[in-house]
Design a protein around this ligand. Structure first.
Ligand code: SAM
Length: 349
């Protein structure tokens, strides 16, 4: 790389946060909803009560970034962006739209970034997904509801991919640990005749899940919630497949190693434990950049969250006594933001 290329690359990186700010700011100021119908600049500025200088600066940047089209003297939201950026009643939940608000909070939480790195996340003020409590009954219902909405909305495609990659038909009873409101458990049970399921999560999530399951009579008696704490609750016996989806990453090895051992002890001989989550490549690869960037957000989210590589999971599982371990590469990624999902299946001999 020449110095000129190096400099260009650095300047592009420095511009990155300004692009993000322009997008989130314009979304929060509602430029895109207004421009769902074409309108001249002056009309847009007047409708949003924006000063001419600052409003024009933002509009110019949006046009240059391709966030707004400008033709024939009118601004409009590009059709390919409108489903994500235009607000309105009754629009379907979209992960990308949710992330616009969410990343706004993340952005704030990363302001004192050096402190976050020095303190291993201890200085974070980020409270949007505040479910790491010593006493799990302290997780507030509104917090549980806020992040469960996102978790539930992104789950059905994950469940489809897992179902395509692993045959649950060989099992009779499924226990999904950190199962949130039971969405994964219910999806697997609904797709697998003869399978019964339970999910364990903090009381606030199980309460939401129970209400949702009550509206699904076809699953009556086949899925139940267990309010508890992964670390202190005993795992119920008799479940021949135990799963953890998007959760093992939330804790360090010193906490997950004993949990893997506890899971092995709860399984009957021949039972299986599946870890389902995004995993790092064994060495840093540029194409895995989204994972490394997502990891930066983990610095704000908690003091312990991190992605692992398959071999790191395998080492932990072996340390917990599992001997038959398979890394399953699913045939496809569930969705754009969940690239590099893998399934590790460990069998109790
Ligand atoms: C990242 S979410 C994943 C949820 C779900 N497995 C999914 O993929 O949608 C982590 C889940 O772990 C739960 N959790 C956090 N601490 C817990 C604990 N000590 N015991 C049980 N569940 C816990 C949270 O309430 C949350 O539902």
């Amino acid at each position: 790389m020449s110095a000129a290329q190096g400099e260009r690359g650095l300047l592009e990186l420095l511009d990155g946060f300004i692009k993000t700010k322009a997008l989130i700011g314009a979304y929060k100021l509602d430029l895109f909803t207004r421009c769902a119908e074409p309108r001249p600049r002056a009309q847009l500025l007047a409708e949003l009560d924006l000063p001419a200088r600052s409003g024009t600066i933002l509009i110019d940047a949006c046009v240059a970034l391709g966030l707004l089209d400008e033709a024939g003297g009118a601004l409009s939201t590009p059709p390919g962006l409108a489903p994500f950026l235009v607000r309105g009643e009754g629009r379907p939940f979209r992960t990308t739209t949710y992330l616009l608000d969410y990343y706004d909070e993340v952005f704030r939480a990363l302001v004192d970034f050096e402190d976050l790195v020095r303190s291993d996340g201890a200085t974070s003020t980020f409270k949007l997904r505040d479910y790491f409590k010593d006493d799990v009954s302290e997780v507030r219902s509104d917090v549980a509801r806020e992040y469960s909405t996102y978790m539930e909305a992104t789950m059905s495609r994950i469940a489809q991919v897992v179902l395509a990659a692993y045959p649950f038909t060989r099992h009779r009873r499924l226990l999904d640990l950190c199962g949130n409101t039971g969405t994964f458990c219910a999806a697997v049970v609904a797709a697998t005749p003869g399978l019964e399921g339970a999910y364990l999560d903090v009381p606030a999530c199980v309460e939401i899940g129970e209400a949702e399951l009550a509206a699904r009579p076809e699953l009556a008696g086949r899925v139940r919630g267990i309010a508890g704490d992964l670390f202190t609750s005993e795992l119920p016996p008799g479940y021949d497949v135990i799963t953890m989806c998007r959760s093992a990453m939330d804790w360090g090895d010193e906490r997950m190693g004993p949990i893997y051992a506890k899971i092995r002890a709860a399984l009957p001989p021949g039972g299986a434990f599946l870890i389902i989550e995004r995993m790092l490549p064994e060495e840093v690869l540029p194409e895995a950049l989204p994972l490394y960037l997502r990891s930066i957000y983990f610095l704000a989210k908690s003091r312990t969250t991190r992605y692992r590589s398959p071999s790191q999971h395998v080492r932990l599982l072996e340390g917990a006594g599992f001997a038959e371990i398979e890394v399953i590469e699913p045939p496809l990624a569930p969705y754009e933001l969940f690239q590099s999902m893998k399934i590790i299946a460990a069998r109790r001999e």
